[in-house]
Design a protein. Structure first.
Length: 100
């Protein structure tokens, strides 16, 4: 699966009123990771006292495990990877572990 992502193939991004952005992706995951996301959704639902979707669990996990993007802040210095010609894509995402 060495397909090159072209600008035409990128999914649309939507700006949200709270200042965040939303992008829809299709991701293939092993069942073990899906089960861990379900556990994360259960913990988050207990904390928030309401039902939580797997989408919310993923978003919450990504926000809690990654520092804020330096390039998204006005006046911040661009990281070296973002300044590289050709625009390197995301090389890895944090693995969801069994412990939060």
């Amino acid at each position: 699966m060495n397909e090159r992502v072209t600008p035409q193939a990128l999914p649309p991004m939507q700006a949200l009123p709270d200042g965040e952005a939303e992008i829809s992706l299709v991701v293939r995951l092993p069942w073990e990771d899906v089960a861990r996301l379900g556990q994360e959704a259960g913990r988050l639902a207990a904390q928030m006292q309401r039902p939580v979707t797997l989408d919310e669990a993923v978003s919450n996990r990504l926000r809690s495990t990654r520092p804020a993007a330096a390039h998204a802040r006005p006046g911040a210095e661009q990281p070296a990877a973002a300044a590289a010609p050709g625009g390197a894509g995301v090389t890895s995402l944090p693995r969801i572990s069994g412990t939060a």
